[in-house]
Design a protein. Structure first.
Length: 364
């Protein structure tokens, strides 16, 4: 993304904070019950292509990337309950001002101050823009030595006082903003999302994808870039980017059959991608068992383990916690839930990871 495109993004969304920009919107149906207590201005000046709020659970710590005027944040705040909280992150001063304008009023309506807004770049969740500005005011960069000192301060800030700490968030959501990040920063952005999530944490990313590679002439068009077109992930690359960063169970939970726009015969449509950050555990301790229900003959997980339909497979507790997650839609029979969690404990069913000798006193 060129400097002109970056400025176009800032300018276009600043204008969107002042007056509604219809070209920045995809048609989206939101829960009217959650919208009921929101100020009209926030609803009117919201720009997105999906509704990631429907993935919020009670007690969640939610991080909304590119939170804009705060609509999704204030919707999520109603769902996290008294024990949860919501963090909205945006780089645009005008959008942040709009979101914060109603913060006190919304805290009263919510029965508690559960939402806060912070200024930062979604591709660099370790460095706050306000802290950077404060440093630069005190330490202007006028020489190579000053620049080196700045970079050292940035490194220390990300390590010792990150804007969003490691493993601090249950759910990361965003609504049509990942496409606005420069292509060469997108993979780092996804690694940052992975970093701030707790083990077992989830993502729900609503964004625009293309069905073909986007040509250079479109990439270099600031209007198309700020309009959520030129920076879109290709539909297959979007999923791959998250699995490459270490996410499991990545899938398109929502896929609009009709394209939002078609430009130069390229289809651009809204999707919502969900995935999980796997928990950390000892994969050598094999003390759980599952059976893949079907309907496919077999499936392979993100770690290369194959599950054959109807065949018992012994797994670690870490893998077990992933496979019984609602993200897999009850695709596996959890034998551990009925006490069959010890390898070889059932002599009537084959066990994938254990080889046993024939026994004359077998029960079958």
């Amino acid at each position: 993304m060129s400097m002109n495109a970056r400025e176009s993004v800032l300018d276009r969304y600043s204008e969107g904070a002042r007056e509604r920009q219809e070209s920045l919107c995809c048609p989206v149906s939101y829960d009217t019950g959650l919208l009921a207590i929101l100020p009209d201005e926030i609803i009117e000046k919201d720009y997105g292509c999906g509704d990631p709020s429907r993935y919020v659970e009670e007690g969640d710590v939610v991080l909304d990337l590119g939170s804009g005027g705060g609509k999704i944040c204030y919707m999520a705040a109603q769902l996290v309950g008294e024990t949860g909280r919501v963090i909205g992150l945006d780089m645009n001063d005008d959008m942040l001002a709009l979101a914060r304008k109603y913060q006190t009023e919304m805290a009263t309506r919510l029965g508690g101050d559960r939402v806060r807004f912070i200024k930062g770049h979604i591709q660099d969740l370790g460095l706050g823009i306000d802290a950077l500005d404060e440093y630069l005011r005190a330490h202007p960069v006028n020489s190579h030595e000053d620049y080196a000192a700045l970079k050292a301060w940035e490194t220390a800030q990300r390590r010792d006082n990150p804007l969003v700490p490691d493993a601090s968030v249950d759910l990361v959501i965003s609504n049509c903003v990942l496409n606005l990040v420069d292509d060469h920063e997108k993979q780092h952005m996804i690694r940052e999302i992975f970093r701030v999530l707790k083990p077992g944490g989830r993502i729900a990313i609503s964004d625009i994808v293309s069905d073909q590679m986007i040509p250079a002439n479109m990439k270099n068009d600031p209007e198309l870039w700020s309009g959520c077109i030129s920076g879109a992930f290709r539909e297959d690359e979007f999923l791959d980017a998250f699995t490459t960063a270490g996410f499991n169970a990545a899938c398109y939970d929502k896929w609009d059959a009709e394209p939002w726009r078609i430009i130069e015969d390229i289809e651009f449509r809204s999707v919502t991608l969900t995935a999980i950050k796997p928990e950390v555990g000892n994969e050598q301790i094999i003390d759980r068992a599952v059976i893949y229900r079907g309907p496919f003959a077999g499936v392979v997980d993100d770690n290369g383990q194959t599950y054959i339909r109807g065949k018992r497979v012994n797994i670690s507790g870490t893998t077990h916690s992933l496979l019984v997650n609602p993200a897999f839609g009850n695709a596996f029979i959890d034998l551990s839930a009925t006490g069959n969690n010890v390898p070889g404990s059932s002599c009537c069913g084959p066990v994938e990871t254990v080889t046993t000798e024939p026994s004359s006193d077998g029960c079958c």
